[in-house]
Design a protein around this ligand. Structure first.
Ligand SMILES: NC(=O)c1ccc[n+]([C@@H]2O[C@H](COP(=O)([O-])OP(=O)(O)OC[C@H]3O[C@@H](n4cnc5c(N)ncnc54)[C@H](O)[C@@H]3O)[C@@H](O)[C@H]2O)c1
Length: 252
């Protein structure tokens, strides 16, 4: 029960890493406020959270809408009375629309920024006052190894948004450390989730795995365990840090 009596807001809780973290955090004693655009996916996560012995408030909404994010915080506070963890997980990777700066439309650039960068801005803007009321807490942002190394196949808006989250991590860590609020960022490598599914067949997965030192793709639980550590009181001296979880890919 590493998160006993804690309340976590998790964006993108409907699928992939967000669902896995919701279930793992629930197994460890947390109550979950899940925000996702996909109501059906959220409902499935919620039933898994219930099976894990906890409760989840489902908020259908878009992280790029300030009103939706504020509603998630307000409804979460009304239901559970406090918030301890903000996990800004929701993000999109649009390999079919987000390319090199030479080929990306302004509209697609802006949508990717709105979800991947403005979403965490809104979550922290409206969530930090609640963490202060709780006497402190943990903020977890999600970057990507592409923010550290770039993509071979350019997705410039995604890469820039994830890179900017590293800077936001440092700034929030310094601003709110004195309030007992820690901010850290996880950089996932290649993780087999619905986000990657449209771009991966079995052969492609084998090819990618052969280039990763541990010779496999990651699974959502690999990232959920990293998030669990950062969410728990075991990491109270981690602030402003970057945790790379990629099977050693970036080390090469
Ligand atoms: N899968 C990877 O290989 C990988 C690698 C590096 C970083 N990441 C990052 O990890 C995070 C989670 O990725 P994932 O692979 O679990 O993705 P996923 O697509 O499997 O799940 C993302 C969830 O976010 C929700 N979502 C999407 N747009 C939203 C919006 N505007 N508002 C609210 N919810 C929204 C989706 O409905 C979905 O439930 C993302 O930030 C992603 O960029 C993923």
């Amino acid at each position: 029960m590493r998160l006993k009596d804690k309340v976590a807001v998790i964006t993108g809780a409907g699928m992939g890493m967000g669902r896995e973290a919701s279930v793992l955090f629930a197994e460890e004693g947390a109550k979950i406020i899940g925000l996702d655009v996909n109501a059906a996916a959220l409902a499935e996560t919620s039933s898994q959270v219930t099976q894990a012995g906890s409760e989840m408030l489902c908020v259908t909404g878009d992280v790029s809408s300030e009103a939706d994010v504020k509603r998630a915080i307000d409804e979460g506070l009304a239901q559970f009375g406090k918030i301890d963890i903000l996990y800004a997980n929701a993000g999109v990777l649009w390999k079919d629309r987000d390319f090199s700066v030479l080929d990306t439309t302004e509209e697609n650039w802006d949508i990717v920024q709105a979800i991947n960068l403005k979403g965490p801005f809104f979550l922290t803007k409206h969530g930090i006052p609640a963490l202060k009321q709780s006497g402190g807490g943990s903020i977890i942002l999600v970057g990507s190894i592409s923010a550290l190394a770039g993509f071979e196949l350019a997705q410039d808006s995604y890469t820039c948004a994830k890179g900017a989250l590293i800077s936001l991590t440092k700034s929030l860590a310094i601003q709110f450390g004195p309030d007992n609020i820690r901010t850290n960022i996880i950089h996932p490598g290649m993780i087999d989730t619905p986000l990657q599914a449209p771009y991966l067949d079995d052969q492609k997965k084998k090819d990618i795995a052969s280039g990763i030192p541990v010779r496999r793709l990651g699974v959502a639980r690999d990232i959920a365990y990293a998030a669990l550590y950062l969410a728990s009181d075991e990491s109270t001296f981690c602030n402003g840090s970057e945790l790379v979880v990629d099977g050693g890919f970036y080390a090469m």
